[in-house]
Design a protein around this ligand. Structure first.
Ligand SMILES: CC(C)(COP(=O)(O)OP(=O)(O)OC[C@H]1O[C@@H](n2cnc3c(N)ncnc32)[C@H](O)[C@@H]1OP(=O)(O)O)[C@@H](O)C(=O)NCCC(=O)NCCS
Length: 153
């Protein structure tokens, strides 16, 4: 796993176009890099297969995007990438990571739950979809063990 660079954006966008119903544009990735967000990629035999974008905000962060090439899904790459982003956030003394996910995106929700995210709310009609609008599930993961115990009871 390594930091994403501008030179990676074509390869990242090629995956994004295939795996996301409403893909980020080239400009979205360029802006994320330019804003200093933590953008990482992972490679298999020299080919980019996964990427993730984390936006730090003081002592919290928001996971803005994560994708794994279709042929490489369900091999643990998404989890590895998320674990690495969470580990990095801990080294920056961040307390928690937030994200929003389409309620229909069951693979992503399963992944987020698998690494410790829990549902904290619902945003009605947050996303556009073929039927008009779709709800977003808001999720959070406490990075510090004591806070996690409180949250999970
Ligand atoms: C969501 C996504 C990143 C998961 O990546 P992945 O590399 O396939 O996931 P992993 O192999 O690391 O899966 C880790 C765990 O998540 C859960 N999971 C992942 N994909 C799943 C699926 N399709 N169905 C059910 N559970 C799933 C499982 O618990 C899995 O563990 P297991 O394989 O031991 O059962 C990938 O499906 C993807 O790129 N989707 C399109 C882009 C997207 O929706 N991104 C999120 C919104 S921005």
């Amino acid at each position: 796993m390594r930091d994403m660079t501008l030179a990676d954006i074509d390869a990242v966008c090629a995956i994004e176009q295939l795996v996301q119903p409403y893909p980020w544009s080239r400009g979205n990735f360029t802006d994320a890099l330019g804003s200093g967000y933590r953008c990482v990629v992972d490679e298999v035999v020299g080919q980019i297969v996964s990427y993730a974008v984390l936006m730090p905000v003081l002592d919290e962060a928001e996971l803005l995007n994560i994708g794994v090439a279709a042929a490489q899904q369900r091999k643990g790459l998404g989890k590895a990438m998320l674990d690495a982003q969470m580990q990095w956030a801990r080294t920056q003394n961040m307390q928690r990571i937030f994200l929003e996910v389409r309620v229909s995106n069951l693979p992503a929700i399963a992944l987020y739950r698998a690494v410790g995210f829990i549902e904290i709310g619902m945003r009605r009609g947050y996303y556009q979809n073929a039927a008009g609008r779709e709800d977003a599930m808001a999720m959070a993961c406490e990075l510090n063990k004591e806070a996690q115990v409180k949250l999970h009871g």
